[in-house]
Design a protein around this ligand. Structure first.
Ligand SMILES: NC(=O)c1ccc[n+]([C@@H]2O[C@H](COP(=O)([O-])OP(=O)(O)OC[C@H]3O[C@@H](n4cnc5c(N)ncnc54)[C@H](OP(=O)(O)O)[C@@H]3O)[C@@H](O)[C@H]2O)c1
Length: 326
């Protein structure tokens, strides 16, 4: 029986992904890796109403705290002999507010950019977590890197282990500076962290191949989903939804709006035979004007030396934290 671990499965894209996986295979064991027990149990209850026979486990983890990630990994290793899928989905965008001047100007000059990117969101700069790491990088990237490293033996046991990194269509090489790999000085730490996911995915896939491990790594984007990310005021999210539907109707394919549609690329890379997939692409969830989902493939313009340097830095940090364990 397959086992899928999904971080941030209680809401948005993660919740939609669980629905996709169980629709295809209700015998799959789902591990909802969430930070808040009551939100996770509430979501689990909703999923069990839809899939009464499903085997859904809740495990608590704060992906932005390395001790919590290591504890989570130990709990999983005690319970499961194999992992088929690790979905690195949980994520944060640390928003301070909205740049209304830019919002209005983009609305008039670049409405698609306004609705697809976070340019008009003022992001917190220089945030550090309790482990001394860039806060957004720690949650979006490093916690998942540590999970992936800890789970390599279990992923290998499945004979076709797949790690799926949730990136974003807003991320590209211009957002990332290897000299500020944790995005601490960046004005766009969110986009920087998402490009870091892409770099890690490609470089780790290469390493798995070289080490003959039966593990693959993929990167996906949910397009635009009207979720809780960025903690925007409720009325802003609702107002934006009108714009999302309008954009979708005029043919902007990124406007998935619901977490379920946003999860279609994650489900695709999990359920498609390996021989039909390409780890150098980013798989994008997309929607036609009537709300019918499909998956787009976008080539990733990865600088492999930067990618290797990033995993070298992550590995050093991972080993340093492991050695601090009691
Ligand atoms: N929405 C979009 O348009 C969009 C676009 C591009 C990429 N993405 C990416 O898609 C992924 C899912 O986002 P979403 O849109 O579904 O947002 P969401 O509704 O806010 O869901 C994010 C999930 O991550 C969890 N999470 C956040 N910080 C965590 C932590 N430290 N430890 C454990 N779990 C944590 C949240 O838990 P709580 O419910 O407890 O807060 C929630 O379950 C993210 O990686 C995001 O960057 C989203």
């Amino acid at each position: 029986m397959k086992v899928a671990i999904i971080t941030g499965a209680n809401a948005g894209v993660g919740f939609g992904l669980v629905q996709h996986l169980l629709q295809k295979d209700e015998s799959m064991t789902i591990v909802m890796a969430c930070r808040n027990l009551s939100r996770a149990n509430h979501a689990r209850g909703l999923l069990l109403e839809e899939f009464p026979q499903a085997n859904i486990d809740v495990e608590i983890v704060d992906v932005g705290n390395i001790a919590s990630v290591f504890q989570f990994c130990e709990n999983i290793k005690k319970k499961y002999q194999q992992i088929n899928y690790l979905f690195c989905n949980a994520g944060i965008l640390s928003a301070l507010g909205i740049n209304w001047k830019l919002t209005i100007s983009m609305l008039l000059t670049d409405p698609v950019g306004l609705i697809e990117r976070a340019d008009a969101t003022i992001q917190a700069v220089g945030e550090i977590n309790d482990d001394g790491m860039g806060r957004v990088f720690a949650a979006n990237v490093f916690g998942h890197y540590a999970m992936m490293r800890s789970f390599e033996p279990l992923l290998s046991n499945s004979k076709d282990g797949r790690v799926v990194w949730t990136s974003s269509l807003t991320a590209d090489g211009s957002c990332f500076d290897i000299n500020d790999w944790q995005g601490i000085k960046s004005l766009t730490p969110y986009e920087s962290s998402k490009w870091a996911c892409d770099l890690i995915s490609v470089a780790c896939h290469d390493r798995f191949q070289k080490e003959n491990l039966p593990i693959s790594s993929f990167t996906t984007s949910p397009g635009v989903v009207a979720s809780n990310i960025g903690d925007l005021p409720y009325w802003v999210t609702e107002l934006r939804k009108l714009l999302h539907y309008l954009m979708r109707f005029v043919g902007v394919t990124s406007q998935n709006i619901s977490g379920y549609r946003g999860a279609v690329a994650d489900a695709f890379v999990a359920l498609t035979p390996l021989s039909s997939l390409n780890t150098t692409l980013r798989y994008l969830a997309a929607t036609d004007r009537w709300g019918t989902s499909f998956v787009e493939e976008h080539p990733l313009d990865i600088d492999i030396s930067t990618a290797k340097e990033l995993i070298r830095k992550c590995e050093l940090a991972y080993q340093a934290h492991r050695h601090k364990l009691p």
